[in-house]
Design a protein around this ligand. Sequence first.
Ligand code: ADP
Length: 637
Amino acid sequence: MKRQQTPDSRELEASREMKLNPFTLSFKDDTEVQYCKKYYKDTLVQFRFSFFLVLLMYEAFGFLDNRIDPQFINQFHLIRYGIVLPGLSAVLLLSFSKNFEKFWQEAIFAGLLLGGVTCAVLTLKAADNYSYYAGMILIFSAGYYFIKLRFFLAAIAGWIILIFFNVGAFTFARIDPEMLLINDFFFVAINFLGMFTAYNVEYYRRRDFFLNLQLDSRNAEIEEANRSLESKVEERTHELNLAKERAEESDRLKSAFLANMSHEIRTPMNGILGFAELLKVPGLTGEEQRSYFEIIEQSGARLLNTINDIVDISKIESGLMEVLISETNINGQVEFIYNFFKPEVEKKGVAFCFKTALAHDEAVFHTDSEKIYAILSNLVKNAVKYTGRGAIEFGYTINITGTGNTGRPAELEFYVRDTGIGIPKHRQEAIFERFIQADIEDTKALQGSGLGLAISKAYVEMLGGKIRVESEEGQGSVFYFTMPGNIEKPENQAVAKRVPGDDEKTWTRRLKIIIADDDESSGVYLSAAVQKFSREILLVKTGIEVVEACRSHGDADLVLLDLKMPVMGGFEACRMIRKFNKEVVIIAQTAYALVGDREQAIEAGCNDYIAKPYKTKDLREVIHKHTEACLSLQVSE
Ligand code: ADP
């Protein structure tokens, strides 16, 4: 595959071109230092050996001196053994010193000059003896080829020796000009040959070194790339493993959640069906009947709680849960919750109290009152559930930092403190997680969907606050959550229509009502719930029947429409009714209570929607909202 060249990589390539001084052959960059280091390391031993050989030969050729004129022998021996031997030996000895690397080329250069100049002196003195000229050739060869002197210094030394030889020939030597010319011819030739060879040898040695350097850096790059590739592969594998673990985990959690839900639905169902069965037994005392009804009611409430939790969490998960800001008296909420739980707590023999930080008329905030109520009541409910003795206290404190000019608290911090069983440290995060806590083997958990705190956390965060817990196992727990004191009420948000209170004017109308529900018991229940403010009730079981009933009873005021019916469902029936009757109030009801049902029902033409099961009071409120009937009954009950 062709590698694409980026500007960066081209720059790198360019900087890798070999840059040599053509005369000295030195690298023009810091490669020179590296090269010198390596050259010294690689050739030191060879240098010592060849230098020693040259020295040895220089001295061994002393036997020639004996064959020349005896008048020179002393001078020649002095030169050979008194000057050259100690000089070259000194260079050899120095090569064992630690600092030799710093000046080794200069030392060899000096050694070569010494050997060359002295050899020239010997040659000039014994100009008639041809052997000495050959000695000069050997000296030149040694300089260029053997003693590891770099080309540039070897060439300088070579030419200096040659110049010295010629100067000597014209000054102190009696040398035949023809002889001088012939020998100069050889000396010049050996110098040129030596330079040419030494130049090439050194050039290619340097090029090899440079290419090796490049190869090393390429290798290093490849190794680096390899390493990063490996670490990337490792990273990806790790991520994949994590994703796989997460998928398995979520699968496991889903199963655990479903098992828990199944338990939470079946247990109260068991209570309802079992005690309903028992109620059929003849001869039950009034007391027995009352206690059976109580159990059925409690089981129903527990079931409803679980279903509400599931619906809420699914709304939260799908982002359909809305924040509805309205004016709320926080003290009112706290007091309401206190009064609501008081009988239950007192029954358990646990002390119960609340604290508020603001006066009643100062405690009005813009917030989502239903959510604040849901969070607080859920925390208090848990405290009651998990506290067998001691006390439960709840309320709020104010944080006034950052109030600015408004003079209002920047934040309220609610707390619910109990002296119950507490929560082990390792579970204190998990209890806020949706689904996770159902998975934990919790021998202390009492009945519940395990979604309460997850819902509370989501609500707190929707309102811009934070929730946390401080707890000590066996000592008790404190749950805290914050609520910003200045949530702006969004413009154009519909203000929830208030249902008139006891002291306000109430209306009573008698209605003609069509109840459409395929479930017989629901039909009976609905008839009983609306009977007191109805002037006529018609019961139908399918979508087609309800459309027909509306057609033949144009004076009907209200249709209670089940959305799931055989033959024709509620949505379609509603659409058909709206084609010929736009006046009749249609209230949809369903046991599915799925996300989007309400919107769909309104879109089909229903006036409102209520999820089963509902309390008679809630049903009447919805009916009142659209017909202004029935509230007086509610009050009087
Ligand atoms: P549930 O709806 O089942 O009560 P929650 O989400 O409200 O579920 O609570 C989750 C878990 O947190 C409970 O099962 C319980 O173990 C623990 N927990 C919550 N509140 C308290 C408390 N006040 N004291 C001790 N444990 C608590």
